[in-house]
Design a protein around this ligand. Structure first.
Ligand SMILES: [Zn+2]
Length: 323
C-alpha cells in the first residue's frame, strides 16, 4: 500500500531564506502552514517559522504589500461592533488590569497613549478608572475610527507608530494586540519606550504560542496565527527577551483568556466538516456560533489560568536601564 503523502510535505515552503524579525538570525525551522480561516481574503497558504535562538514564530515572506487585501473593510467593522456578553467580560478584565497598572503611576495629571487604539474604546476605560488621566491620544490607521475617537475627546493621529513624532511623553502606553501585527517589533517597542515618561508604565497584550490550543491546532490554522495578519508571535519568555533588547524592563506577566483563538480554531474544524458555512462576505468572526464558542472557552481558560498557560499574555513594562 502506498503511504498517503502528508500535504505539508508536498507543499514545501517557499524558501526565501527567512530571517527572524526579532534577532535577525537565519537559524530557523519551518513551523506550520496556515490559511486565512477568518476573513478568507485569499486562498494562499502562508508559512510560519520558529527562530531557534530567540523562540519566536514569524510569518515569511511578509505580505507587507497586501495590507488592503489582508485587512478587508469588514475587519474594522468587527473590531468596532457589539457589546456582547463576552466582550463585556473582557472589558471588565481589561479594566481590572488597567486599574492595577495605573495605581503604580505617580502624578496628578496623567497622559495615556493607545497605539492601535481604534475608536478610543480602551482609553475611555482608562479615563473611567482613573480621573487623573487628562490627555488621551490614539495612534491608528483606521480612518473610520478617527471621527469616533475625536468625538470621545481623544487626540487622534492617523499614522503608523513608526511615523508618529515622539515629541511628548506619556505616563501610560498601551500596545494591545498590536506588536504581533508589525514588521519590526523591536523598533516599535523601542519607539514606544522612547515616549514613556521616566516613571511611566507600558501595557502590552499579545498572543502566547506556548499554550494548549497553539499545540492542538499548530497544523490546523490555529486562531492565534490570525493568518496572515499576525506576523510575529512570542512566548512569555521570548517576549521578555525582546522587550529587554528594546530597552524595556518587564515588571509583570500575566495570562488572560484566549477564547477568540479557541473559537476560530474550533469553528474552522466545523467548517471543514461542512457543519457551518462562512465566506469572505460572511466571515467567521460574524457567525452566530462564534460568541457561543468564545463564551465556553473564556470560561474554560479562566478556570485553568491558575494551573496552565493560556494563549494571551499581559505584560507590564517600564523603562529599562538602556533607555
Ligand atoms: Zn530570533
Amino acid at each position: 500500500m502506498t503511504p498517503v503523502a502528508d500535504p505539508r510535505d508536498v507543499l514545501k515552503p517557499a524558501l526565501a531564506s527567512p530571517v527572524c524579525p526579532v534577532c535577525k538570525s537565519a537559524e530557523v525551522q519551518h513551523w506550520a502552514r496556515a490559511k486565512d480561516v477568518e476573513y478568507y481574503t485569499s486562498a494562499d497558504w502562508f508559512d510560519y517559522f520558529r527562530c531557534e535562538p530567540c523562540d519566536v514564530l514569524f510569518l515569511s515572506p511578509l505580505p507587507a504589500d497586501r495590507l488592503s487585501e489582508i485587512y478587508p473593510s469588514n475587519y474594522y467593522a468587527y473590531a468596532q461592533s457589539g457589546r456582547s456578553f463576552v466582550q463585556r467580560v473582557k472589558s471588565w478584565l481589561d479594566q481590572r488590569g488597567l486599574r492595577r497598572i495605573l495605581r503604580e503611576i505617580a502624578g496628578d495629571r496623567l497622559s495615556a497613549l493607545d497605539i492601535g487604539g481604534g475608536t478610543g474604546e480602551i482609553l475611555n476605560q482608562v479615563r473611567a478608572v482613573d480621573s487623573r488621566v487628562r490627555f488621551t491620544q490614539v495612534v491608528d490607521l483606521d480612518p473610520k475610527a478617527e471621527q469616533i475617537a475625536l468625538s470621545r475627546g481623544h487626540a487622534y493621529a492617523r499614522s503608523r507608530i513608526e511615523d508618529f513624532p515622539a515629541d511628548r511623553s506619556f505616563d501610560l502606553i498601551l500596545l494591545l494586540n498590536l506588536i504581533e501585527h508589525v514588521e519590526d517589533p523591536i523598533s516599535v517597542l523601542r519607539k514606544a519606550g522612547s515616549m514613556l515618561a521616566p516613571q511611566g508604565r507600558m501595557l502590552v497584550k499579545t498572543p502566547n504560542f506556548d499554550s494548549l490550543d497553539a499545540r492542538l491546532f499548530r497544523h490546523r490554522s490555529w486562531g492565534g496565527y490570525h493568518c496572515p495578519r499576525h506576523w510575529t508571535l512570542f512566548t512569555a519568555q521570548s517576549f521578555e527577551r525582546a522587550a529587554s533588547a528594546a530597552g524595556l524592563r518587564v515588571n509583570r506577566i500575566s495570562y488572560t483568556q484566549g477564547a477568540p483563538f479557541w473559537a476560530i480554531s474550533i469553528f474552522e474544524l466545523l467548517r471543514k466538516a461542512g457543519w457551518v458555512k462562512a465566506s469572505a462576505d460572511a466571515p467567521a468572526p460574524f457567525h452566530p456560533l462564534i460568541p457561543v464558542l468564545q463564551g465556553v472557552f473564556a470560561f474554560l481558560d479562566l478556570a485553568r489560568t491558575p494551573f496552565s498557560h493560556t494563549s494571551q499574555i499581559f505584560v507590564e513594562l517600564s523603562r529599562g536601564p538602556g533607555l
